[in-house]
Design a binder for this molecule. Structure first.
Ligand code: AMP
Ligand code: GLY
Length: 424
């Protein structure tokens, strides 16, 4: 069967997923809502907000969509999978992503920590605090060594985690968070033991029972060279990750992936989609820092280059219950992505600046993130603008290719990190 797919989202992740989908002989037609100037070259952008479920439903019905793939977390956490199942006219259409309940693996830090505790999955020690047990929160902080990790329970656009070196400041911040520093997202705060190690992201596609593991990646979250300055959505990524060797990945599968999927099965958690395991390697052992209910961005812009399987076949297998029959094939080369961002990002930045040079890109793929079309011009439309992805036999070769092309693309205030992969 050939598929008419509706892909929800508008970032570099969605452009990379669209790029991979269009390589499939099983694709009939691709719609992206709302998409960007890059996805417009691969399919048909439609101006629908992915969180407007009724608008999504109407579009799906009118255009004979046979499958929906959800890129970002917001529609999942808001319950798009449940909405489809509960709406008779679209209940038969598969939606790739976890149910609203299951999306709490990302949407609630407390939910994820309790899940890990139930299934003995290695993670930092923690205490969940509300205004009602603030004193207990202070007491728990006193048992920990600096620095102190405070996490808003709910979605806070990547800003809800504070790492504080001073105990008194940590207490003050804890009280401020419970007082609404991050709105409702921080009415519950998870206090965590600090884990000192090196991070990487591992991705799995699962039907809640069977699973396949995709190439791993490391992303670079800080704005500045050498991992300095404020956090961003991600400034670049690299795959493979040298420290995620066979021994480490075997531990990850045995101690983390399998217990997670077994947990979904034994608890009847409806999860058909990507699981993003945010991991940290401490003394050669993996721990979970966080779960996300979707692919990573910008990790996807590197991972999709290395995935040689047909993505649509893998998604079909997720709904057919045949993921265990899939033989995974990865490109052995390095894949890197370098994110070009707007001046000022992650603080205030301008939109609407004309982008030139996209047609000059050679030997790399320019995945659009915050771009849009305006009177035939490609203009900036977000903080993260374009992710330039390249292959190389070494990471240096791959990076050199991305940097060569990063210099060809221009817009006012362009900035990128030139040290992606520096710590590997
Ligand atoms: P999260 O949103 O949970 O991924 O946290 C954001 C970032 O904070 C992570 O990518 C880590 O760099 C850092 N972080 C979170 N939890 C911890 C922890 N328990 N120990 C050390 N670093 C952490
Ligand atoms: N790159 C991290 C994320 O997608 O959350």
């Amino acid at each position: 069967m050939k598929h008419t797919i509706l892909l929800l989202g508008s970032g570099g992740r969605e452009h990379a997923i669209a790029w991979k989908l269009t390589q499939s002989t099983k694709l009939n037609r691709l719609f992206i809502a709302p998409g960007n100037a890059g996805t417009a070259q691969l399919g048909e952008n439609i101006s629908i907000n992915p969180e407007d479920f009724v608008a999504v439903q109407t579009f799906v019905e009118k255009n004979d969509v046979t499958m929906v793939i959800v890129g970002p977390e917001a529609p999942l956490v808001a319950g798009i999978v449940d909405f489809f199942k509960a709406t008779p006219t679209i209940a038969h259409i598969p939606v790739l992503g976890p149910s609203k309940y299951a999306a709490q693996m990302e949407g609630s830090k407390e939910f994820a920590k309790e899940f890990m505790k139930r299934h003995a999955i290695p993670t930092a020690g923690y205490l969940s605090v509300t205004k009602d047990n603030l004193a207990q929160g202070f007491a728990f902080l006193e048992t920990l060594k600096a620095p102190y990790v405070l996490k808003a329970d709910g979605l806070a656009a990547g800003k809800g985690v504070l790492i504080i070196s001073d105990l008194n400041e940590a207490k003050t911040e804890l009280a401020a968070m419970l007082d609404g520093k991050f709105g409702k997202a921080s009415s519950t705060v998870v206090i965590e033991e600090f884990l000192d190690g090196i991070e990487c992201s591992v991705f799995v596609l699962t039907d809640g029972d069977k699973y396949v593991i995709l190439p791993e990646a490391k992303d670079y979250k800080r704005i500045g060279e050498g991992d300095t300055g404020p956090n961003t959505g991600g400034m670049g990524a690299i795959s493979p990750v040298s420290f995620a060797n066979a021994t480490f990945m075997q531990q990850v599968e045995e101690r983390i992936i399998r217990p997670t999927i077994n947990g979904f099965r034994t608890e009847n958690i409806d999860y058909k989609g990507f699981v993003f395991f945010g991991l940290i390697k401490v003394n050669n052992e993996p721990y979970v820092i966080e779960y996300n209910a979707r692919m990573g961005d910008p990790e996807t812009e590197a991972v999709m280059l290395r995935l040689q399987n047909d993505l649509l076949t893998l998604v079909e297998a997720t709904f057919d219950g045949t993921l265990d029959k899939q033989v995974m094939k990865f490109d052995t080369r390095f894949a890197v992505t370098v994110m070009l961002v707007a001046g000022g990002y992650p603080g205030d930045y301008q939109k609407g600046d004309v982008i030139t040079g996209c047609e000059l890109v050679e030997d790399s793929i320019a995945f659009h993130a915050g771009t849009t079309l305006q009177n035939n011009d490609i203009v900036t439309n977000g903080g993260r603008v374009i992710a330039i992805s390249s292959y190389g036999n070494t990471k240096e070769e791959a990076l050199a290719c991305s940097f060569k092309n990063a210099h060809k693309i221009n817009y006012k205030g362009k900035y990128f990190r030139s040290d992606i992969g520096f710590d590997l």
